[in-house]
Design a protein around this ligand. Structure first.
Ligand SMILES: [Cu+2]
Length: 143
């Protein structure tokens, strides 16, 4: 009896840890683009319960995905590729038009409003452990 209880307690701890380790992904969407364009953008708010880093993103919809920052310098918009996006525990990191975004290159097909795009996000924790999260984003018009 004792053994079973101990095992159950251990297992619940594992479950709790797993749940808490997941990054909360909200306000996520992909910008609709006209046919013929090969580059797109995706946005989302990432809230990690623990210090973590977004290190890699992939989607079957694009050949490659990069993390970009966008800044205004002397009225000129500048985009810069980031190798990774650090996430502070509990602090929402917003990827939105005019700021951080995911840039989608070599799009396989047009991004039409109403369709959905699947993404796989890879996060690295402080112990360098990599975890993956799958998320599906709706395609919307930018307002
Ligand atoms: Cu960009």
């Amino acid at each position: 009896m004792m053994k079973i209880l101990k095992f159950t307690a251990f297992f619940s701890l594992l479950l709790v840890f797993e749940c808490h380790a997941a990054v909360l992904i909200t306000d996520s969407w992909v910008r609709a683009i006209a046919p013929g364009q090969s580059v797109g953008a995706a946005y989302m708010t990432l809230t990690s319960p623990l210090d973590s880093t977004l290190v890699y993103i992939e989607t079957p919809a694009a050949g490659s995905v990069e993390i970009h920052s966008m800044t205004m310098t002397n009225n000129v918009m500048k985009m810069r590729k980031l190798e990774a996006l650090p996430l502070q525990a509990g602090k929402p990191e917003k990827l939105s038009p005019g700021g951080f975004h995911l840039m989608l290159f070599d799009l396989k097909s047009p991004l039409k409003t109403g369709d959905k795009v699947a993404f796989k996000l890879c996060f690295k924790d402080k112990a360098n452990k990599i975890t993956h999260q799958n998320v599906t984003l709706p395609i919307k018009e930018a307002n």
